[in-house]
Design a protein around this ligand. Structure first.
Ligand code: FES
Length: 204
């Protein structure tokens, strides 16, 4: 049977016929080994307790999200590199509205805005029904609010909804495209992401 180091030392101490100085050294060695093992035993559960996504977040790496239960019109926020990333499921009516010509928008084709190449299209997304965007206004960094029942906003965007920034009134459509003549200079940022299955995606 394998004997742990501190067990061997303790059995020598227990023999009882050791000189005092040797006995004192062995006691110190035993307490050091047991103390080190205690430290490891305390630290290991802490490290192990971090979920993989929390470890990834701590490192600024990709994060995963499951949108299987995301309802139409629902907006969910996940953290990625310290930024709020929105996930929103759009209805067929919302998608149709985004695909119409939009003279009220400042950058409808997103040529001056930040998004991955896979999202340079009218819905600024990989799958038209799922909107993924960094929820930070491109003016001074406030967080815009989703408005689905705002009559004047819907009339301006010719769409069933959009986003309004409460700080200085910038407005965005449901693809994060900014309206002309508001303080925000560009569309909302779209982060890099990809689908890992029917309803799981990796952001970053
Ligand atoms: S921070 Fe959004 S309009 Fe100024």
């Amino acid at each position: 049977m394998h004997t742990k180091p501190h067990q061997g030392i303790i059995s020598r101490i227990d023999q009882g016929n050791l000189p005092d100085n040797e006995r004192r050294e062995l006691l110190l060695a035993a307490s050091g080994i047991v103390g080190g093992a205690g430290l490891l035993a305390t630290a290991y559960p802490f490290v192990a307790s971090l979920a993989p996504s929390e470890r990834a977040r701590a490192l600024g790496g990709p994060v995963e999200a499951d949108v299987s239960d995301l309802a139409v019109g629902e907006l969910r926020t996940v953290a990625w590199r310290g930024k709020p990333v929105w996930l929103m499921r759009r209805s067929a009516d919302m998608v149709r509205a985004l695909q119409q010509p939009a003279p009220e928008l400042a950058d409808p084709l997103s040529v001056r805005s930040e998004q991955p190449p896979t999202c340079v299209n009218a819905t600024r997304s990989i799958r038209a029904e799922l909107f993924v965007a960094v929820g930070i206004c491109t003016h001074l960094g406030c967080s815009p609010t989703l408005r689905l029942n705002d009559g004047s906003l819907n009339a301006e965007l010719h769409a069933p909804g959009g986003f309004v920034c409460p700080c200085h009134g910038s407005r965005f459509d449901l693809a994060g495209r900014v309206v002309k003549n508001v303080p925000a200079p560009t569309n909302l940022e779209i982060p890099p992401y990809r689908f890992e299955g029917a309803s799981r995606l990796q952001i970053g």
